[in-house]
Structures are given as C-alpha cells and as structure tokens.
Design a protein around this ligand. Structure first.
Ligand code: SF4
Ligand code: SF4
Length: 371
C-alpha cells in the first residue's frame, strides 16, 4: 500500500488495532453502551464497542435500540465529547499547607499521566477540539492541565454515517467527514474500515497494521455514504453570521418565550464540546492546616457565574439564555473568528425540555418591529 494512502481493515482484524495501540503505550478509550447510552469509557478490545445498535435522538429525547446490522459506529454522538478528557469537570490545581510554626506553603498539582487513544471521534468533536485548543493553549498562559493531557492524546476518528435527527454539522461546515485533526480516521463499511492517516504517528501506525489497499469501489461507496449522511440532516443553521442581529436586539420578545421553558439547568453547557467556563474555589480541610484549590465546570446558567459584588449580573433565565446563545453564535466570532457551534446537536438532545435553538434562531433574527 503506498505511503499515506488508505488501507482496508477487515472488521475481524479490529483487535490488531487495539493491540497496536497498547504496544505503542496507549490506553484505548472509546464508545460503549452503558446504562442505555453510548459513552466513552476504557475499552479492553473490540468486543466492548457497540455492536448492532442505533440511536434515536430528538430534542429532549435519546434512546438506543438494536439494529439489524453488525456495524460498530452506526449511531451519532452520545452526551460526551472529547472535552472531559482534556478540560476535566473537576481538577485540583494546587494545595496549600500551613505549618503550625511557619508560613503557608503552596504546591502545584499535575493531572495523572495517562496516554489515551480515543477511538470513534466524530468530525464535530475534532472541530470543537481545535477551538478548545485555541482557547486553552494559545496566548501567553497556556493551561498546564489541558496541555499535559493534550500532548498524550491519540485520536482515531470515524466518519459519521448515521447522523441523529438533532445533528446539523453539515450546515456549520464541521462534518460529517473527518477532514483534519486526527491521527487515524476510519470510514466504516459493512465489511470493515477504510483507514487513512492524518499525522506522522498515524502513518506509522498504519504502516504497522500492514493493510491491503481497498477493493475497487470501496472508496466510492464511502464517499456516497458520507454525502448521504450530510444530505439527510434535518436541521441546519442559517448561513452567515448572526452577531449583529443577536447583539443589537437584547430585548427581542422571543428571548422571554424561550426563558419561559428553560430550567436554567446548565445541561446544554455541560454537553457542549466547546463550552469552557469554569469557577474556582477553596476546599479547606477541617484541621485548618490544609486546603485544596479546585476548578470545576461552570455554566452561564448559574447565578454564581455572573456574580460581581454584590449580586449576579445575569439575574434571570432570560438574560442567561441570551448570554449563552449570543456568545455561542455571535461574539465567538470576535474571540475566535468563527461561531462556537460545531453542529453536534447535543444541547438539543440533552435539554430536558427539548429547547432547539435551530428552531428559535430564525425567530430571534426577525426584527420584532418589522424593520
Ligand atoms: S451549541 Fe449545541 S449543537 Fe452547537 S456545539 Fe454546542 S452542544 Fe453542539
Ligand atoms: S436550554 Fe435546556 S439544557 Fe440549557 S439550561 Fe435551559 S433547560 Fe437546561
């Protein structure tokens, strides 16, 4: 097989890929069915992957059910993205100690050293990872926790073949095909996987696998499958950017209509692969001599997140939801040169009341005064 081109991995040889990852010092992590959802978890081998299941997703609704096929990836993303692997829900950043006879001492802490190989990453999550990389790594003060985890992360992407009804990555330009940001990418067909490299390490791994070239027609079938996955997406974001319209109409009446349904629970920000807000606090020990400084995910839907003495700036759900969507779809352009939405659809599926901003956005973009 020529260097850099695709190879064909029979499904029965998936174990070879796992063995190779372990031989290169990586701990395989990937999708598996747990408690009725597909989550990322440690995998001991291909037998732990989902086999013959599909998902049914709608705003406020998720379930999986048996599928007649034998594929491993014929479903769309579950609630987890790559985010928790790099920007953990909770990290202890440092600890402080007070000696009974001396001053305070502070000790920085580091994340546990794990070399993870994440299998089954979708293109929307690769796009989100690139945004999180920019947020946490660029600039004068890269985040040391994120950086330590990122440099030991191997990514094995999978082209999406079965988008959920809540997916709209085709309209944001972030899917369904994995185009960059991975080490290896898999395109799944009934009989196995077309494997292509995306990095030097990926090329090395592919060489080690010693795959045969794809049979005639396989690449065309994969392209047709990916095109179909884009064309069947029911939802989309309107083209263009909405920064001006969202920012210039803070009193649009539709914000109040959304707020009447929103529970301010923060599920949407927890599952969103690009949301990066956090808060920090001290956890003092009862002995009075020891304290941990903890960082945890926060959300623009909590009162504390906008607290400036003596009160929260965003005191009700209307302005919290408005902050979230205006930042995500509008002012992200000022910070990062693009929208903060990669079209993964998680915030629709995992919203307990099924709020669907692809439905609300056209109304928010209408001038309420008819102008
Ligand atoms: S805003 Fe919603 S659809 Fe967009 S990236 Fe975040 S969770 Fe996914
Ligand atoms: S939009 Fe939905 S998920 Fe987000 S805070 Fe409101 S109720 Fe919770």
């Amino acid at each position: 097989m020529p260097e850099g081109s695709q190879g064909f991995l029979k499904r029965e040889r998936l174990q070879d890929l796992f063995d190779l990852l372990v031989r290169f010092g990586f701990e395989p992590v990937g999708p598996r069915v747990q408690d009725g959802i597909i989550v990322y978890a440690p995998l001991s081998g291909p037998e732990d992957l989902p086999w013959g299941v599909r998902d049914l997703q709608d705003p406020g609704s998720y379930r999986i059910e048996p599928d007649l096929g034998e594929r491993n990836f014929s479903w769309a993303n579950g609630p987890q993205a790559l985010k928790p692997f790099l920007f953990a829900p909770r990290d202890t950043l440092w600890e402080s100690r007070r000696d009974i006879s001396g001053p305070l001492s502070f000790s920085p802490l580091s994340p546990p050293n794990r070399r993870l190989a994440v299998i089954g990453v979708r293109s929307c999550d690769l796009a989100a990872l690139s945004l999180q990389d920019r947020h946490f790594l660029k600039g004068p003060f890269p985040d040391p926790f994120y950086k330590a985890r990122r440099q030991d992360l191997l990514l094995i992407a999978v082209d999406c073949s079965h988008p959920a009804r809540t997916c709209f990555c085709a309209s944001t330009g972030d899917g369904p095909e994995a185009r960059s940001g991975f080490d290896l990418a898999l395109g799944e067909l009934d009989e196995g996987f077309l494997v292509r490299p995306g990095s030097d390490l990926g090329r090395t791994l592919l060489r080690e696998l010693s795959l045969a070239p794809p049979a005639p027609g396989m690449e065309e079938r994969l392209t047709a499958q990916t095109d179909h996955a884009a064309s069947v997406q029911e939802r989309h974001l309107p083209p263009g950017e909405f920064r001006h319209d969202l920012v210039s109409r803070p009193d649009h009446p539709h914000w109040a209509q959304i707020a009447a349904r929103c529970l301010s629970c923060g599920n949407c920000t927890a599952v969103c692969p690009t949301c990066f807000c956090f808060s920090e606090r001290e956890e003092p020990a009862l002995d009075g001599h020891h304290s941990l400084h903890v960082r945890e995910w926060d959300s623009c839907f909590t009162a504390g997140h906008s607290y400036l003495h003596p009160a929260p700036l965003r005191e009700d759900t209307r302005v919290r939801y408005r902050q979230w969507l205006t930042h995500k779809l509008g002012t992200w352009h000022d910070q990062y040169g693009r929208s903060g939405c990669v079209g993964c659809g998680r915030c629709l599926t995992w919203c307990p009341v099924g709020i669907d901003f692809t439905d609300d956005l056209p109304r928010l973009l209408e001038d309420p005064d008819g102008g």
